[in-house]
Design a protein around this ligand. Structure first.
Ligand code: SF4
Length: 236
């Protein structure tokens, strides 16, 4: 990227390095953060820098759950227009050396008097949501070159209209796990949920489904979980 950037400056810009954060972002390898850092530190442009350290400081100082764009806006509001380069470096350094992730040094912090949280954690809106855990049971029922599948509701919010293995609620799960029809379990994650998927080689009690010819499966939309199970079983 550095080499590409240098070539572009020479070829396209007559060897003149851009001096504004906006122009810098047109170069290879330079995004918003790098452009703001160069423009403010090297050329004194009043533009704020946000990296992970600055983001943490801002969340703690304001005590607000800031989205990514709100964090950038907040950094712009705090920015010193007379010394933007020094301000940005100070913010990054504050996050790296004082307002550290695990043990913020609030006792020696130069911005303590303005800090709303003073070390109490604020959950970031950018943080990944915690994964929920669920257990489901699938019936792997096949014979004569066909496998029984069910279609998800066409107006559902997730994988609408796709085909999957029938699911069922076992009356006595321990007995099924110990029984001859139990095959194996899979781990599978969909959006914010981690599933433990038990698969039994049997019909799903109370689920009719549809017998689908195995050779036609490549032509129909099936869920990732169904594909995973059918592949593992050697059916497709
Ligand atoms: S007072 Fe504590 S939490 Fe607030 S910015 Fe300083 S080190 Fe971080």
């Amino acid at each position: 990227m550095l080499h590409q950037c240098a070539r572009e400056v020479v070829r396209e810009l007559g060897g003149r390095f851009p001096q504004s954060s906006e122009a810098l972002q047109s170069l290879p390898g330079i995004g918003r953060y790098t452009a703001a850092a160069i423009a403010s530190i090297a050329f004194a442009e009043p533009v704020a820098v946000v990296d992970g350290n600055v983001e943490r400081v801002l969340q703690r100082v304001t005590g607000a759950q800031l989205t990514s764009s709100e964090t950038w806006n907040q950094a712009e509001k705090f920015l010193s227009h007379s010394r933007p380069g020094d301000f940005n470096q100070a913010m990054m350094e504050l996050g790296a050396t004082v307002c550290t992730p695990r043990q913020p040094g609030c006792g020696v912090c130069p911005v303590r008097r303005w800090c709303v949280t003073q070390g109490e954690e604020v959950e970031s809106k950018n943080a990944s949501p915690r994964q929920a855990k669920k257990e489901i049971w699938c019936a792997l029922d096949w014979r004569d070159g066909q496998v029984r599948l069910v279609r998800r509701p066409v107006n559902g919010s997730l994988m609408a209209g796709m085909w999957e293995l029938p699911q069922f609620l076992p009356k006595a799960s321990e007995a099924i796990v110990a029984g001859p029809s139990y095959w194996r379990k899979f781990r599978h994650s969909i959006t914010v949920t981690d599933y433990t998927v038990h698969v039994a080689r049997q019909a799903a009690p109370g689920v009719k489904g549809k017998w689908v010819a195995i050779e036609t499966i490549p032509d129909i939309p099936i869920t990732g979980l169904a594909r995973k199970i059918l592949k593992a079983s050697g059916i497709i």
